[in-house]
Design a binder for this molecule. Structure first.
Ligand code: ADP
Ligand code: ZN
Ligand code: ZN
Length: 734
C-alpha cells in the first residue's frame, strides 16, 4: 500500500507495458494500491478497473500514476478495465475533499460513488424489447394485448414490461418468439429529455424576479443562492426555472430532497413543467433502475436527477446546478459510516465544479442565514404566499390552565377545534414527535422501567405490533405479561403519549372520523408517502396523526387545522440545535394548514408559553427568534460561530473503551483556539452492545479541525477492538 498519493492526472504515460498505476479501492483503508497497467493500453485517471486483491478480485478506480518504486515483479497486473465512462476529475477531487473533511478514508467515500458496480458493465445489446416494425398476425389473448399496449414508447427490459402489463415473463417471451416484439439495446438515456421551454405557471412579479436571479446564476459559475420563502410561496416553481436554464445550457441538474418528500406530488409537478420524468435516486428503487440510472448519469444521458442525499455522489460528467430543497432538514445529515451533511457537501461540490447551488427552505438553517448575512451566500426572498391563502395565525394553549381530561393529551380548545374541523368536512393534522404508543413502560407495583438490553434507553411500546422496541438499536421484544422485576401481573402501564395513543384518543373523541398514522413506521418510503397523499387528496382521511415526517413539503388543500400536541418536546434536550429545530418544525407544520382556499388554524399546546421559541412562534416573529438564537450561539462559541467535532470511542468491553478514551484525551491537541471536552459517557452510554465514550472538540472558526483530528488519531495508536467514529459538525448528540 502506498499512502504517498500523487495528484490525479488526466492521461497517464503508460504506453509501456511495465507502467504502473495507483488504484483506489472502495474500502475503508487509507492509501491506494499500485498495479501494473498491463498491455491493455493507456489507462486514464478515473478509469474503473478490476484488480487482484489477495486471493480475490476487487473493483476500483485508477487514481494516479504509479511510483514504479516497488520492485517490478512483485506487482500484480490489472485484470481488466471496464467499458464505462471514467470517474470525472471533479468527482475525484470531490471524493478526496469529502474524505479529508469528514476524516474518513477516500476509499470509504469512493464506495458511495460506486454504489452499483454492475453499472460498470455495459448493458447487453439485447437488454430491452420493443415492438417489431411489422408484427406478424398472431392469436391474440387479453394478456398479449396488454403487453402490446404497454410496449408503446421507448424500449424496456422484458421483466419491466411484463410487470407494467401485469403478466408473467412467459407472455413477453412468447411475443418475442412470435416476432411481435424484438430484442434491442436499452436506449442510452433512461429518460425522455425534459423540455425547458414548455410554458410553466404564470409567475407573480416577485416570483419572476426570483426566477430571473436564479436564471442569471445558472449562466455563471460558482455561487450559493438561498431561496427563502414561506410554504406555498412558489419556491418549487421558481427553482424549476433555474433547472430549465441549466438544461438550455446543455448541462445536468441535480435536485436533492429529503427522501420522504420525493413522492408523486413533486414528480407530478416536474412532469407538468418539463413534460418528462426526471431520473430518481433513492433507497426504494430496484437494482435494475439504479443500474441504468447510474450509467445514464455517467454517460451524461440523464439531464435531471432528483434524489436523496446519496445522489450527490453520482458520477455527473457535466453537472451545471445543484438544488437542495428543504435545506434545513436534518435528514441530509448522514450519521453512519462517512458522517457528512449533504447540504454542506453540495456547496463544496458546486465550488469544485464551479457551478451554482440553490438552497431552498421556508426556515433556512442558522448556518445558511449567517452565511447569507456575511455575504457569502446570496439571499433571494419570496415574500408572499401564492394566491389568496394567508399564513394562519398561531393560537397558544397554556396546558397549565387548559388541562386535557384525565388520561388524555388533547386540551379542551384543541378538542373543540378538531370536532369543528371534521364537522365542516375539512381535514386536521395532529403533530407529535413520538413514534409508538407510549415512550416508557413502567411497573405500577415496583416502579421498574423496561430498558433496552443493548442501550441506555427505555423501550418504546408499539401497540400495533404488540412489541416493545428500542429506537436506537432496533431491539424488539414482545410486551411482557408480568413485570420482569417483581413478577406482578397486570402491573405494566405505558407512560406518556406516542402517536398511536393519540390516535386512540381521537378515535374515542370522534368515533366516525377516519384516521391515518404517519410515522417512519407507516411511511417507509416514497411509495407509502405517495399513497398517503392520494388518500388525503381524495378526502379518505379526516385526521392525520403524525411525527416530523409529515412536516415536509406536502400540499393538502383541505387541511385547515394543525394541532401541535406538545410544542415543548425538543426544547429541553441537551442538543445545541434543539430550539432551532423546534422552531423549524413548528413553522413547517403550521405551513401545512390552510394552503388553499380554506383558511387555516394552528393550535400549539405548551407548558411554557413564555419560552422565547414559543413566544416568537406565537408572535409570528421570525427575526426575533433568529436574533435570540444567533446571540446565544455566538456567545457560547457554538456553530455556526465555532466548530465542533465529536469522537465516539467504543468497545464491547467497558474498561477498554475507558482506557482508549483517556489515552486520546491525554494526547489531545494543544492548539490555540481548541478545547477538547471529555471523555464522558456518550448520552447513550451503551449502544448496540458497545460501550461508548465521547470526546468533543470545540474550536474557533479559523481552526482546520479535520486535519487536527486526523493528526491526533494517527499519533494515538489504539487496540484493534476499539472503534472510533469521527463526526465533524455533529447534529445528533446521542
Ligand atoms: P413552496 O415550494 O414555496 O412551498 P410551491 O412552489 O410548492 O411553493 O407552490 C405552492 C402551490 O402554489 C403549488 O401548487 C404551486 O403549483 C402553486 N403556485 C405557486 N406559484 C404559482 C403561480 N404563479 N401560479 C399558479 N400556481 C402557483
Ligand atoms: Zn414490577
Ligand atoms: Zn437499544
Amino acid at each position: 500500500m502506498n499512502s504517498g498519493r500523487k495528484p490525479p492526472t488526466a492521461l497517464l504515460p503508460s504506453d509501456r507495458a511495465d507502467a504502473t498505476v495507483e488504484v483506489l479501492l472502495p474500502l475503508p483503508l487509507y492509501g491506494t494500491f499500485e498495479y501494473r497497467a498491463g498491455d491493455g493500453g493507456p489507462l486514464s485517471g478515473g478509469r474503473f478497473v478490476q484488480v487482484p486483491l489477495g486471493n480475490r478480485q476487487a473493483i476500483g478506480a485508477v487514481w494516479g500514476a504509479g511510483s514504479e518504486s516497488v520492485a517490478g515483479d512483485k506487482l500484480k497486473t490489472i485484470t481488466r478495465a471496464f467499458d464505462a465512462p471514467p470517474l470525472p476529475p471533479v468527482s475525484r477531487r470531490f471524493i478526496e475533499w469529502v474524505a479529508a473533511y469528514t476524516v474518513h478514508p477516500p476509499g470509504a467515500v469512493l464506495r458511495m460513488a460506486m454504489s452499483v458496480p454492475a453499472a460498470l458493465t455495459p448493458p447487453s445489446p439485447n437488454a430491452a424489447v420493443t415492438m417489431a416494425s411489422d408484427p406478424p398476425d398472431i392469436r391474440w389473448t387479453a394478456e398479449r394485448r396488454r403487453v402490446v399496449e404497454a410496449a408503446e414508447g421507448l424500449p424496456r427490459p422484458a421483466a419491466e414490461l411484463a410487470r407494467t402489463a401485469g403478466v408473467g415473463p412467459g407472455v413477453v417471451a412468447g411475443l418475442v418468439k412470435a416476432g411481435v416484439l424484438v430484442q434491442t439495446a436499452l436506449p442510452a438515456g433512461v429518460i425522455e429529455a425534459p423540455d425547458p421551454d414548455r410554458p410553466g405557471v404564470a409567475l407573480t412579479p416577485s416570483q419572476a424576479a426570483a426566477a430571473g436571479a436564479l436564471r442569471d446564476a445558472a449562466r455563471r459559475g460558482y455561487s450559493v443562492n438561498v431561496l427563502d420563502g414561506v410554504a406555498g410561496s412558489g419556491k418549487t416553481e421558481v427553482y424549476f426555472e433555474a433547472v430549465a436554464e441549466t438544461l438550455r445550457q446543455g448541462r445536468q441538474a441535480l435536485v436533492l430532497l429529503p427522501e420522504i418528500a420525493l413522492g408523486a406530488q413533486w414528480l407530478d409537478r416536474f412532469r407538468l413543467r418539463f413534460g418528462a420524468e426526471p431520473a430518481e435516486w433513492h433507497s426504494e428503487l430496484g437494482h435494475g433502475y439504479r443500474r441504468r440510472t447510474w450509467r445514464a448519469v455517467a454517460e451524461g444521458a440523464a439531464p435531471v436527477v432528483v434524489g436523496a442525499r446519496s445522489a450527490l455522489f453520482l458520477p455527473f460528467p457535466n453537472l451545471g446546478l445543484i438544488v437542495v430543497d428543504e435545506e434545513h432538514d436534518t435528514s441530509f445529515k448522514q450519521e453512519d459510516g462517512v458522517a457528512y451533511n449533504a447540504r454542506d457537501m453540495a456547496v463544496v461540490r458546486a465550488r469544485l465544479g464551479d457551478i451554482p447551488a440553490v438552497l431552498v427552505s421556508a426556515t433556512p438553517s442558522l448556518e445558511t442565514i449567517v452565511n447569507a448575512q456575511a455575504g457569502r451566500y446570496h439571499r433571494i426572498h419570496l415574500p408572499d404566499r401564492h394566491g389568496t391563502a394567508a399564513s394562519p395565525p398561531i393560537e397558544v394553549v397554556d396546558l397549565r390552565r387548559d388541562r386535557p381530561p384525565r388520561g388524555g393529551w388533547l386540551s379542551p380548545p384543541l378538542r373543540a377545534a378538531l370536532a369543528e374541523t371534521v364537522g365542516r368536512q375539512t381535514q386536521a393534522l395532529l403533530f407529535l414527535n413520538r413514534r409508538g404508543y407510549a415512550p416508557l413502560t413502567l411497573c405500577r407495583a415496583c416502579g421498574h422501567r423496561i430498558q433496552c438490553p443493548n442501550c441506555t434507553t427505555w423501550l418504546v411500546e408499539h401497540r400495533l405490533l404488540a412489541r416493545l422496541q428500542c429506537h436506537h438499536c432496533g431491539h424488539s421484544q414482545p410486551i411482557p405479561v408480568v413485570c420482569p422485576n417483581c413478577r406482578a401481573s397486570d402491573s405494566l402501564a405505558g407512560c406518556g403519549p406516542g402517536v398511536e395513543r393519540l390516535a386512540d384518543e381521537v378515535a374515542s373523541l370522534l368515533p366516525d372520523a377516519r384516521l391515518a398514522l404517519a410515522t417512519s413506521d407507516t411511511l417507509t418510503g416514497p411509495a407509502a408517502a405517495t399513497e398517503l397523499v392520494r388518500r388525503m387528496e381524495a378526502h379518505e382521511i379526516d385526521v392525520v396523526v403524525g411525527t416530523q415526517i409529515v412536516a415536509k413539503g406536502y400540499h393538502f388543500p383541505l387541511l385547515t387545522l394543525v394541532g401541535v400536541v406538545d410544542a415543548d418536546l425538543g426544547l429541553s434536550g441537551g442538543d445545541l440545535r434543539a430550539a432551532e429545530r423546534t422552531w423549524q418544525l413548528l413553522v413547517q407544520v403550521a405551513g401545512r394548514a390552510g394552503r388553499a382556499a380554506h383558511p387555516g388554524r394552528v393550535i400549539l399546546q405548551t407548558h411554557m408559553p413564555e419560552h422565547p421559541v414559543i413566544a416568537a412562534l406565537a408572535g409570528g416573529d421570525r427575526e426575533a427568534f433568529l436574533a435570540a438564537e444567533t446571540s446565544a450561539r455566538r456567545s457560547a462559541g457554538l456553530p455556526p460561530f465555532g466548530r465542533l467535532a465529536a469522537l465516539i470511542v467504543s468497545d464491547r468491553i467497558e474498561a477498554n473503551a475507558d482506557r482508549a478514551a483517556r489515552l486520546l484525551a491525554r494526547q489531545a491537541p494543544q492548539h490555540a483556539g481548541v478545547r477538547v471536552l471529555g471523555p464522558a459517557p456518550a448520552p447513550l452510554a451503551v449502544l448496540r452492545g458497545r460501550h461508548r465514550r465521547r470526546l468533543l472538540v470545540m474550536a474557533t472558526k479559523e481552526v482546520a479541525v479535520p486535519a487536527l483530528v486526523r493528526r491526533w488519531l494517527e499519533a494515538t495508536p489504539l487496540p484493534r477492538s476499539v472503534r472510533i467514529q469521527v463526526d465533524v459538525d455533529p447534529y445528533s448528540f446521542l
